[in-house]
Design a binder for this molecule. Structure first.
Ligand SMILES: Cc1ncc(COP(=O)(O)O)c(C=O)c1O
Length: 399
């Protein structure tokens, strides 16, 4: 029997282990120098001005929604083909999630479906939009920005699947996912199956200094230690001593807004930095794997669609849409190949059905769900393993 082949897998090297151990032996386990170094390196890699490291991608989404002042009753548009967290961040703040269908070719939020929603409602009905670079395929954020501007919407890019992914803008310029040129905020996840693994971890990138400052507050309980920002006076802060005090005492800090503890640890950040150094290498290998799948499954009559060989795609996932998906999934399991389904449409999760969504609302998303399967895709997948996956799939359809 072949070794088990999952759909995604982390890659931990000796260097990764060494930097984590070194950090564990240092003076800082959390919020030490590795955090700032990871933020700086990540912002540079993505091409954004600012980055804020967080405990996971869901926390990143929550803080984005808070920073953009999502409030009860506000309506925000997103795709049903994503992980539930892309939508849930709106619910955390009391907002309302409005789904729009996907484009059946790219599997991304369909901009024409979004336009239709916006055109059919009075201006001001919607507050924001959350496009997702699903599977690693970069959404054309320039186009989304145009309609966001027209309708006064903010935009969060969910780039969890796409560090290193790009699209070409109308000036023929390559735009990196999360670079902050179009979205107000972008988020990433460092869950083990993602490109960069920290165990758990997340990042927000932005070019907006005001939002960046707000995020720093929200990440740590809404507390600041910066004397320039203090609201209470120094005399009181010092304990109302009889001496005339103009400087705040060293212990002093202020909680000025309701925040959270969404911090990443220093040893996770050290792992992130080390992983980031291999990000391009991993991306190259993911693209090679995708190119081989794409060519192997070309013109197969049991194939309705596939991720394909797309320039700029970051290939977190390689998706095929196939006939007899359930049977193929079960067959592959007998061969120790653990393909996966991404995603069950979020609008049909019982939580969102309670809010009125029902089967038939988004036909493209639902058809996609009935036939999609994510094949093994990770940098350490060997040629021999990929050949075995392809051979098993071909055998299944020809036996
Ligand atoms: C598209 C998308 N958004 C958000 C998240 C949430 O990230 P995390 O698992 O780090 O909380 C994920 C993770 O699976 C994801 O795939």
């Amino acid at each position: 029997m072949h070794n088990s082949i999952p759909y995604g897998k982390q890659h931990i090297t000796q260097q990764d282990l060494d930097v984590v151990v070194k950090t564990l032996k240092s003076d800082f386990l959390t919020q030490g120098p590795q955090i700032a170094a990871f933020e700086e390196a990540f912002a540079k890699y993505i091409g954004a001005k600012y980055a804020v490291a967080l405990s996971n991608g869901t926390a990143a989404l929550h803080l984005c929604a808070l920073a953009l002042d999502v409030k009860a009753g506000q309506k925000v548009i997103t795709t049903p083909i994503t992980f539930a967290a892309s939508a849930n961040c709106v619910k955390y703040c009391g907002g309302e999630v409005v789904f729009a269908d996907i484009d059946p070719e790219t599997y991304l939020l369909d901009i024409s479906a979004v336009k239709k929603l916006l055109e059919n409602a009075p201006k001001g009905t919607y507050s924001g939009i959350i496009p997702v670079d699903f599977a690693g395929n970069a959404a054309n954020l320039e186009k989304f920005r145009q309609i966001a501007n027209e309708y006064g919407l903010w935009m969060i890019e969910d780039s969890c699947h796409s560090p290193g992914g790009t699209f070409i803008d109308s000036n023929n310029k390559e735009q990196y996912c999360g670079n902050g040129n179009f979205a107000d905020l972008a988020i990433f996840s460092f869950h083990p199956v993602k490109h960069i693994a920290c165990g758990e971890g997340g990042m927000i990138t932005t070019n907006d200094k005001k939002l960046y400052d707000k995020l720093l507050f929200l990440r740590t309980h809404g507390i600041t230690k910066n004397p320039d920002l203090f609201i209470n006076d120094a005399q009181w802060a010092a304990g109302n001593t009889s001496n005339n005090v103009t400087q705040y005492p060293g212990w002093y800090m202020e909680m000025q807004t309701l925040g959270y503890n969404y911090r990443l640890t220093d040893f996770q950040a050290a792992l992130g930095i080390s992983q980031l150094q291999r990000a391009d290498e991993g991306l190259k290998r993911r693209r090679e794997i995708a190119a081989k799948y794409a060519i192997s499954f070309e013109n197969k009559d049991w194939m309705f669609g596939q991720s394909g060989n797309v320039t700029g795609h970051a290939y977190h996932l390689y998706v095929v849409e196939v006939k007899d998906r359930l049977e193929l999934y079960n067959y592959l399991r007998t061969k120790n190949i653990f393909a996966q389904v991404h995603y069950i449409p979020v609008h049909l999760m019982p939580f969102y059905k309670q809010q009125g969504y029902k089967i038939g609302d988004f036909p493209n998303a639902e058809t996609y769900y009935s036939r999609c399967l994510s094949l093994p895709m990770y940098p350490t997948l060997t040629n021999e393993e990929q050949d075995f996956v392809i051979e098993c799939i071909n055998t299944f359809y020809t036996q």
